[in-house]
Design a protein around this ligand. Structure first.
Ligand code: FRU
Ligand code: MG
Ligand code: CA
Length: 606
């Protein structure tokens, strides 16, 4: 009896314990694994994840047959941006200009240049672009004005209020020759030669960090600073969505007040290949990246933010341009004191620090540098080319076009495209006779001009394989059309089953995915040749870019890619890839041809 009772008690205890254990396990497990709801996504402002496209208006589309691109030409092709999946455009300067530096020498900041059209054309462009949901940014060129501008003419004449609009300085005596005069300092212009030019009428030198015809404004003069607000306000009132802001590192130079009344010489670089009139002879200590310039940028940010507050509507943005080291570049975002500047400074690292010679480790290192130095909460951006640099497929290799466009579209932040990158346009050949770029003409000669010329990146856009690549009906275009247009043009790429343009379209199309707009990133080199970029976000498909930037095939082990669960699916791949969209990827290794990229979609991380 006793044993029976004991057995029964033991059984009850065991059952009870089992039930309790079961309950505990259930409670613990259910707490550990509740099906997590999708993460809450902070709504993004329109610009924070946009695909931004730079138009070089002179070379985009000519509507009136004069061989020069114009606003009506852009209007006629606005659909291209919808088609390509672009959200915003920025246009190199369209303002009245003698065209010494093709619009970067502005003679009237409030007028449209006649070759490009009229104010009505601009208003039409804005209205139509906005109608299509495309934002329009203008190029704001604050550092200098054309010597044909009213400002300069009045300053030369010492008209009241304009005396100090520019940087004027007396000549220095020449100790070796009393009848000679010398410029105030050894400063060298970006386009070569002294940065000082003598003005007969005023009997003084004026400063020009760029061409002789581009006189530097005096930003220590409040009247100049006020005028910049007026210019911005004018175009914001017209409806512009913001500005790309030009050449900021050169905004301010050393003040003679801090140097015993004279302009201090820049230190010599000691590089013996340069002569005194050549860029590189000096180190731009007193002419570039001066700390005072940032205060001006912060003022501009305050101005556009106030404009938004006063006028409503959507955010007006400032995207700043300047080639500088990473520390000076990051200051454009803002400083540690909490002052804020540009919405972002353009990131030129792909242009200045990476090339056909870079390996996968270089790519990862340079990409992470930006993301590492960027201040908390900053929006990244990626630039692959512009009107000042050789085109992307020329600087890298042609088989890398799709991979580079994929990096652009899959990295966090804003993707910037220079016109033609979506179809893989290469540099055009421009002979010395046809060369018009002031930098090439000033710094080069028939043997060396190609080292400086920006014309090859500015040849007209290739719309189709008809005359002048469909750019213009003129007998002669302002720059020659590149010879490869029958092979590389938009119409052909739209018609073919696989093309750079189609890859570009696929890439812009997935930018709406929360994984790309809000997800985390992980980027690493798997070898010298291949890198991965993983974008992941709970409850949203993981996206993995594998890109062989090398010149030989490479096999990579997929288990080394974090957050990638197999099988995965090919979302898009380079035009020369053996894989096609929809292919299932389930092997241990994946072999990528030289330059090949694949973008895979895989199950979300949990
Ligand atoms: C960018 C740039 C150049 C131009 C210069 C001066 O560096 O836009 O294209 O020549 O600034 O405005
Ligand atoms: Mg025209
Ligand atoms: Ca300046």
């Amino acid at each position: 009896m006793k044993t029976l009772k004991a057995v029964a008690v033991a059984a009850i205890v065991v059952i009870a314990l089992g039930v309790v254990a079961g309950i505990i396990t259930w409670v613990v497990l259910s707490q550990r694994n509740p099906p997590l709801p999708p993460p809450e996504l902070k709504p993004l402002d329109w610009w924070e994840h946009c695909a931004l496209y730079q138009i070089y208006p002179r070379s985009f589309k000519d509507s009136d047959g004069d061989g020069i691109g114009d606003l009506q030409g852009i209007i006629s092709e606005l659909e291209h941006f919808k088609d390509a999946g672009v959200d915003a455009i920025w246009m190199s300067p369209i303002f009245e200009s003698p065209m010494v530096d093709f619009g970067y020498d502005i003679s009237n900041f409030y007028e449209i240049h006649y070759e490009y059209g009229t104010m009505e054309d601009f208003e039409e462009l804005l209205a139509k672009a906005h109608g299509l949901g495309i934002r329009v940014l203008l190029d704001f060129v604050p550092n200098h004005a054309s010597t044909e501008s009213e400002y300069f003419i009045k300053s030369v004449a010492m008209e009241e209020g304009y005396e100090d609009y520019f940087i004027w300085a007396d000549a220095l005596p020449d100790p070796n020759n009393a009848s000679n005069r010398l410029p105030p300092s050894n400063w060298v212009s970006q386009f070569g030669g002294s940065a000082w030019e003598w003005n007969e009428q005023r009997q003084q030198y004026y400063l020009h960090q760029f061409a002789i015809e581009q006189a530097d404004f005096n930003f220590r003069n409040q009247a100049v600073r006020d005028e910049m607000f007026n210019i911005m306000e004018f175009w914001l009132d017209k409806g512009a969505d913001g500005f790309r802001v030009d050449a900021l590192p050169y905004l301010i130079e050393a003040d003679p007040a801090d140097h015993n009344g004279s302009y201090p010489d820049d230190p010599l670089s000691g590089l013996i290949q340069f002569e005194p009139h050549q860029l590189g002879y000096t180190i731009p200590l007193y002419t570039k990246d001066l700390i005072e310039l940032y205060e001006i940028v912060y003022e501009w940010r305050e101005f556009v933010d106030k404009y938004l507050k006063d006028n409503g509507g959507d955010t007006r943005v400032l995207f700043s341009e300047g080639y500088a080291n990473v520390t000076m570049t990051m200051l454009y975002y803002g400083n540690e004191e909490g002052e804020i500047g540009a919405h972002f400074p353009f990131n030129f690292d792909f242009v200045t620090d990476l090339s056909a010679k870079s390996n996968a480790r270089d790519f990862v290192y340079i990409i992470l540098r930006w993301l590492t130095y960027m201040p908390y909460g900053g929006v990244a951006n990626w630039v692959f080319g512009n009107h000042d640099n050789n085109r992307m497929p020329t600087r890298f290799r042609e088989n890398m076009v799709d991979g580079l466009n994929a990096l652009n579209m899959l990295l966090p932040g804003v993707a910037v495209t220079y016109q033609g990158e979506e179809i893989g346009m290469r540099d055009g050949y421009v002979s010395w006779e046809d060369t018009v770029d002031v930098e090439a003409c000033n710094r080069g000669d028939p043997d060396t001009y190609h080292l400086y010329s920006r014309d090859p990146a500015r040849t007209p856009y290739h719309w189709n394989d008809s005359m002048n690549a469909g750019f213009s009906t003129a007998n002669r275009t302002w720059l020659p059309v590149a010879e490869d247009y029958p092979e590389i043009n938009l119409a052909k790429q739209k018609a073919s089953e696989r093309s750079h343009f189609k890859v570009y379209q696929s890439l812009t199309a997935i930018r709406d995915s929360p994984t790309l707009s809000h997800g985390e990133y992980d980027i690493r080199a798997l070898s010298d040749r291949t890198l991965y970029l993983v974008r992941y976000l709970r409850a949203s498909d993981t996206l993995v870019l594998l890109f062989n930037v090398g010149e030989r095939p490479d096999s990579v082990v997929l288990s080394r890619v974090p957050h990638l669960t197999l099988p995965a699916t090919v979302y898009v791949s380079s035009i020369h890839s053996s894989r096609v969209n929809g292919d299932r990827i389930d092997g241990e290794t994946l072999t990528l041809a030289a330059g090949e990229m694949v973008v895979l979609t895989a199950a979300p991380v949990s």
